[in-house]
Design a protein. Structure first.
Length: 477
């Protein structure tokens, strides 16, 4: 019983911290940032990509290097029984990385047809391997050690950003603050202990300064040599100023060290080069986390600040051969739920070692695109509107508030509608028109106290209607 009570207390303490974190949101003061943040919120659907030499083994990105005993850090493959041998072999993947089928225009086309409007790409993940032409290390795709360096498209991040920018995507650079290859983060003098810096920066300030400079210089390269960047998406929230050691957050972060990377200096440099840049210092509430990033989950209700769910299309962030990709039905319905709560959906596809996606990913995107062409008008530039959802009906509204959209989510692929559909918007305003997106038939409807009852003509009720994944009713006031 006592255990249970302590557990409950901890849980409520934890939610209190979470709530504080939410309250910790700081609206950017810079009007150029605010403006871009507003534009970004209209885009709703983006593409995330995790890519590096780890794709050659088809293992989790970076995490198998991390000496923490977690499900996602397990080492697999021929070298997995011995840590040091494994690390050498992992780092050696650089010498065989040669994704000759890399063709970012093909990705742009597929993403654009699916209705995606922005892209976030891993320029560097926790393993420290750079998918851009940094001058700070030769652990990079453009090093002569990497066979792909001989390819005209070897500066992969630049190729991706340029290709997507041409089609007016917003461009996001993912960058991991922790770097498990840097001798100034994991000092070879000590073995790495966990995900954190493996020495006390307070005891070795010159070493930590090196690491800060390294990070700053790499970010400066990205902010100056890669064209217009809209989002700097920084991962590894444990690299941050120390939080009080007795707090739940400190426990969660697992670090007793102050890993202050000097974000104000980074932000100043970044925004001097990229005016209006959206900064996402992930999981570090404050002035540099301009939107929050719930991971692999959809918040149950709207959040009071800009947010984005990041989620994998497969099970893994990285490429895994034969990964199970989510059905198109599920992806479309996730998008509807996220947008009805005011968020954006950043969906990840991990490119393979040959430089292309699994064919399944293209199929999903094509399905989503067909749906988006009909229903996108209720998605893009929309806002959340109470009651957000009633049973399987999810709502959005236009910014001006003159139209609402009611998305009916079926249990299976095909939309099956009842002879009379009650849409409980909770809105008593006078309705002018009700239409079903993608259907030409005029609809009869009557206004009820809390919404509209729509008469669904027989041919629109079942499979033959061709409606899939979700049907959107437009209600004009
Ligand atoms: C998780 C993964 C990390 C990945 C991130 C993306 O935290 O552990 O590898 O980059 O999600 O949101």
């Amino acid at each position: 019983m006592r255990k249970l009570l302590t557990g409950m207390l901890l849980l409520s303490l934890f939610s209190a911290v979470k709530a504080q974190q939410n309250d910790g949101y700081i609206l950017p003061a810079d009007t150029a940032v605010l403006h871009k943040l507003n534009q970004w919120q209209d885009l709703k659907f983006g593409l995330f990509m995790h890519w590096g030499p780890y794709s050659e083994w088809g293992v989790v990105e970076s995490w198998s290097l991390c000496p923490e005993d977690e499900g996602w850090t397990q080492r697999r493959g021929p070298y997995s029984s011995d840590y040091n041998t494994y690390v050498k072999a992992y780092e050696n993947l650089q010498t065989t990385f040669n994704p000759t089928h890399f063709d970012p225009d093909k990705w742009v086309k597929a993403a654009k047809d699916a209705g995606m409007k922005y892209v976030v790409f891993t320029t560097k993940h926790h393993d420290g391997f750079c998918m851009f032409d940094t001058k700070q290390t030769d652990y990079k795709v453009t090093s002569p050690k990497t066979p792909f360096s001989a390819n005209a498209k070897s500066n992969v991040a630049n190729e991706i950003f340029s290709a997507f920018r041409k089609e007016n995507f917003m461009i996001g650079a993912y960058f991991s603050k922790p770097d498990w290859h840097s001798p100034d983060y994991w000092w070879p003098y000590f073995p790495p202990k966990d995900r954190n810096v493996n020495y006390d920066p307070a005891k070795h300030p010159e070493k930590w300064q090196h690491f800060k400079d390294y990070t700053y210089n790499q970010l400066q390269e990205l902010m100056t040599g890669y064209g217009k960047i809209d989002i700097l998406w920084m991962d590894g929230g444990w690299v941050r100023p120390l939080v009080k050691s007795d707090s739940v957050l400190a426990h969660e972060m697992g670090s007793k060290y102050n890993q202050d990377i000097d974000m104000p200096k980074i932000a100043q440099m970044a925004r001097a080069n990229q005016p209006g840049l959206i900064m996402v210092d992930r999981a570090v509430p404050g002035p540099y986390e301009n939107y929050t990033t719930p991971e692999q989950q959809v918040p149950a209700a709207p959040l009071s600040h800009p947010w984005e769910t990041c989620m994998t299309m497969g099970n893994s962030w990285s490429y895994v051969p034969g990964d199970h990709y989510k059905p198109s039905l599920q992806i479309v319905q996730l998008l509807v739920k996220i947008v009805s709560r005011g968020g954006n959906f950043l969906m990840n596809i991990g490119p393979g070692p040959d430089g292309d996606w699994d064919p399944e990913a293209y199929k999903r995107l094509a399905d989503i695109g067909r749906w988006m062409k009909i229903n996108g008008e209720g998605i893009y530039s929309s806002k959340a509107v109470a009651p957000y959802s009633v049973e399987n009906i999810f709502f959005t509204q236009t910014k001006e508030g003159n139209n609402e959209y009611a998305f009916v989510l079926p249990a299976g692929e095909d939309v099956i509608l009842p002879p009379v559909l009650s849409i409980k918007t909770g809105n008593a305003r006078k309705v002018k028109h009700v239409t079903l997106l993608g259907a030409k038939q005029k609809l009869k409807w009557t206004q009820t106290g809390d919404g509209v009852d729509v008469v669904i003509p027989k041919p629109l009720q079942a499979e033959s209607s061709g409606l899939q994944y979700a049907a959107a009713f437009k209600i004009e006031y």
